[in-house]
Design a protein around this ligand. Sequence first.
Ligand SMILES: C[S@@+](CC[C@H](N)C(=O)[O-])C[C@H]1O[C@@H](n2cnc3c(N)ncnc32)[C@H](O)[C@@H]1O
Length: 206
Amino acid sequence: MLNQYNKIAHFYTGLSRLVFGNQLLKIQQELTTHLPTDGKLLILGGGNGKILPLIYQHAPCLSINYVEASSTMIQLAKKRAPNQQKITFHHIDVLDYCHKHDHIYAGFFLDLFHEKQIEELILKLENIKSETTWYIADFQLNRNTKYQLIRTIQLKATILFFRIATQHSIKHLPNIDTLFIQMKYAPKTETKGYPFIFCEVFKKQF
Ligand SMILES: C[S@@+](CC[C@H](N)C(=O)[O-])C[C@H]1O[C@@H](n2cnc3c(N)ncnc32)[C@H](O)[C@@H]1O
C-alpha cells in the first residue's frame, strides 16, 4: 500500500537511532562495499535515502532504480542523492513492480513481508537468465544472539510500533536467510557478529 510511512518519514532516522544507535546505517555502509561499481541496481524500500551518498562513494557509475512506496520518503531521498548520481525514483508498491534485475538491494525491508510474499518477490524480481545477487541487511534473532531477552523485547517493541504507525500486518520476523538458501541462493560474505542483525550477499546458484 502507498504512503503508509509518510507520517513517520521525517522522524524515521531519529527513531531508529534512539532504538538501535548507528548500527542500522553502519551495517548498510559495510554492505554497499559489496555492490558492483557499474550496471544497474534495484533498491527496494530505500526510505529517506541515507544510503545513497554511501553507494555513490563506492560506485559513482551505478544506475539505480529506487522503489519506494512513500512519497515523503522519496522527497527526502531526492534531497540526499548526490547531484551526479544516476537514479530513477519509482513511487510504487513493490508488489506492483515487475522489472527483473541482476543486482537487488534490500535494507531493513524484507522483514515487512510474510515468507510467502518474500518468496514471490524473489521469483518476480530475480533474473533467471543470470545469477542474480541480493544484498540484504535485516533483523534476525538466532541461538547465538547475546542478551536474547533484551533483543527480543527491543524487536517486539519495534514491530509493535510499526504495526501501529504504519498498519503493517507482520507479527514475527521472517526467516530471510533460510528462505534464500531454500531458493537456491548461496551466501557470499562472512556474516559479521552484529547482535540481532544480519548482513548478507546472496548469489543464485545454478
Ligand atoms: C523500515 S523502512 C527502511 C528504510 C531504509 N531501507 C532504511 O534502511 O533506512 C521501510 C521502507 O520501505 C517502504 N515500504 C514499505 N512497504 C513497501 C512496499 N510494499 N513497497 C515499496 N516500499 C515499501 C517504506 O515506505 C519505508 O520507507
